[in-house]
Write a protein that binds this ligand. Structure first.
Ligand code: C5P
Length: 291
C-alpha cells in the first residue's frame, strides 16, 4: 500500500532584504528578515508509488512537472546524500502560491519535501540542510519558517521572536520575465550595496507591530527598470489605497503588510480600482510544522 505524507508549504515575504556584496562564487551575501504567511501550497509525497510529479490547483500552470521541479530536485538531492532511491516516490503539488512572483513557492515546496522525506527516512538534520542548499538559496529558510534572520547566501537562518499576526495583501504581477532573480542581482551596481542595518534593527525590535512603509527591499529600485509597467501599477496601488506597498523578494509581486483589521479595506480598494483577480489577502504565520 502506498504511504502518503502531507505537509503545507507556506509562501514568504521579505520584511527586509539587503544585499551586502558579490561573492567569489557568483552569489551575493544577504541580510534578510523573512516571514512565512498563511497562503500555502499542499505538498504530498507518496512512498511506494510510480515515480513522477503531479501538479494541480489554481496556480498549476507554469509549474514544471518534470525533474526540473525544485521539489523533485530536493528529493533527489536528499536521496543521494542518505543512500536512498527515488524510483518509488511520487510528488503531488497543489499550487495556491502564484509562481515566479518572489513569494518563494517553489523553494517552499522543495523544503516541504525535505521535511517529509527527512522524517520518513530518518535523515540526519545536516543532510536535510545540505540538500536544501544544493537546491537553492531560500530553501534553508523554509525548513525553519516563521520569522527569521537570514544571512550568507541564504543558508544561515536564525529564528527570531515571532512577528505578531499582521494582515498581508498581495498584488500579483501582470508581467513575467525569464531568469528574473539572477537578472535582479546582476542589475545591482557595484558600490551600491547595503550594510544589513535594516535587518539587524528589525531583528532587535521584534516582536513588534510594523507596517509596510517601515520595510526595506534593495531590489525595489532595480525592479522598476526591469519589469515594464511595474512602476505605474505600484504608484496606482499606493494612490488608491493610501498605503505603502513593498516588493516581495525579487518581485514582481507587491505587498502591503499592517494591522490585520485594515487588510480587508486595502484589498477592497485594490479590487475597486480594477486590480480584482490579482489580489490575495493573507496573514503572517509561524511554522505549521515542528521546528
Ligand atoms: O539559489 P537560487 O537558485 O535561488 O538563486 C537564483 C539566482 O539568484 C542565482 O543563480 C544567483 O544568480 C542569484 N543569487 C545570488 N545570491 C544569492 C541568491 C541568489 O546572486 N544569495
Amino acid at each position: 500500500m502506498p504511504e502518503v505524507l502531507r505537509d503545507r508549504a507556506p509562501a514568504k515575504v521579505n520584511l527586509t532584504l539587503e544585499v551586502l556584496g558579490r561573492r567569489g562564487d557568483g552569489y551575493h551575501e544577504l541580510v534578510s528578515v523573512m516571514q512565512t504567511i498563511a497562503l500555502a501550497d499542499v505538498v504530498e509525497v507518496v512512498l511506494g508509488a510510480e515515480p513522477g510529479i503531479e501538479v494541480t490547483g489554481p496556480w498549476a500552470q507554469g509549474t514544471p512537472t518534470d525533474t526540473s521541479n525544485l521539489a523533485w530536485q530536493a528529493a533527489e538531492a536528499l536521496a543521494r546524500l542518505v543512500g536512498r532511491r527515488t524510483n518509488e516516490l511520487r510528488i503531488r503539488l497543489e499550487k495556491y502560491i502564484p509562481p515566479a512572483g518572489g513569494l518563494g513557492g517553489g523553494a517552499s515546496d522543495a523544503a516541504a519535501v525535505l521535511r517529509l522525506l527527512g522524517a520518513a527516512w530518518g535523515a540526519p538534520k545536516e543532510a536535510v540542510c545540505t540538500a536544501a542548499g544544493a537546491v537553492g538559496s531560500d530553501e534553508a529558510f523554509f525548513l525553519v519558517g516563521g520569522t527569521a534572520l537570514v544571512e550568507g547566501r541564504g543558508e544561515r537562518v536564525k529564528p527570531l521572536p515571532a512577528l505578531p499576526l499582521h494582515g498581508v495583501v498581495l498584488l500579483l504581477p501582470s508581467i513575467h520575465i525569464e531568469g528574473k532573480t539572477s537578472r535582479m542581482f546582476a542589475a545591482l551596481a557595484d558600490g551600491s550595496f547595503d550594510d544589513g542595518r535594516h535587518g539587524f534593527a528589525l531583528a532587535s525590535r521584534l516582536p513588534c507591530a510594523i507596517r509596510s512603509n517601515e520595510l526595506y527591499n534593495r531590489f525595489e529600485s532595480v525592479a522598476v527598470s526591469l519589469f515594464p509597467g511595474l512602476d505605474e501599477e505600484w504608484r496606482h496601488a499606493e494612490t488608491v489605497t493610501g498605503e505603502s506597498f513593498r516588493l516581495a523578494g525579487a518581485g514582481p509581486t507587491l505587498f502591503w503588510l499592517g494591522p490585520g483589521d485594515e487588510a480587508t479595506q486595502v484589498a477592497e480598494r485594490l479590487c475597486a480600482a480594477g486590480f480584482g483577480g490579482r489580489v490575495i489577502q493573507s496573514v503572517t504565520t509561524g511554522p505549521t510544522w515542528k521546528r
